[in-house]
Design a protein around this ligand. Sequence first.
Ligand SMILES: [Zn+2]
Length: 341
Amino acid sequence: MKHRSLLLSLLSLVVAPALLAQGPGKQSSFAGKRVLFIGIDGCRADAVTAAMARGMAPQMKGLSEGENGLISLKCYAGGEIGTPTYQPTVSGPGWTSLLTGVWINQHGVKDNRFIGGRLQAYAHFMRRIKETQPKSFCASFADWPPIHDYIADGSRVGDKEFLDVKFTAVPDAKRHFIDNPEKDIEVRDAALKTLREQNPDALFVYFGSVDEFGHGAIDERGSFSPENVIYLNAISHVDSHIGELIRAMRARPQFAEEDWLVFITTDHGGRGNAHGGDSDMERNIWLIANGTHLPRERLLHAPVPQTALVPMIYKHLGISQKPEWTPEPPKPPPAAEPTKQ
Ligand SMILES: [Zn+2]
């Protein structure tokens, strides 16, 4: 009897979230098309491929294979060298490009202070989703607060919130972010809850610990390198979080009717235990994509700027981009005319 009631309560634990998520399947704002966008900060391309080759990132490896999956190693951060799009390989400009689909010449974010950012004009893609379909459900989870404080809130018009869920796990700066792996778990769990219990059209899930291991903030032997087992272990740990997210996505009651596009990428690589420059180690990034209508040829054989993700998300959801979403960048003010006498 005792065992039976235990079994029943265990069953109810398993079943209850599934019942809550009796999702409308295709009856969503975008006819069942949905997006899961996962960001791993500071995850160097040759390190993620080394982790996959050594069996340390089986979830990402699985998503990058098969007829629905791929990994692009021609993806790049940092804009075009020698042009106004050139931007440092740091998180502020990088995540802004990934979440708005434009480079620094338009978004204006030069560093992690976000001074001069033009997020109102070049908005977070979820604001555009919400403008297109006000009843859509957009959710964002991050443990680097500027993702929400500057990129999302900077894109908000007045007090009109476009994120239905905005979960920020704030690392303790006094502890030099050594609690970052714990914060990644909080991010994972909040995203799992939304995947199980809500009907999201788009989720962005950001994990910050890999970058902190690269910098040596969490373990002093840090470096952004495939030779660094500590760094690869950090990637492996985040890979297991990704596995849980994917399992929850696939366990949705009407998953068979839903059409998910999954993107996993990073904002920059690293060199030694830093980043920000224009070396290949910092600029070369990667994109894992999984979905049924991927532009495979383009993603596998042509360079993929990190600004290309947002347009692909719009295309997947069937959203037509409006010209006013990417206005021409502001011109420097003209030289003052001489005063007429
Ligand atoms: Zn960093």
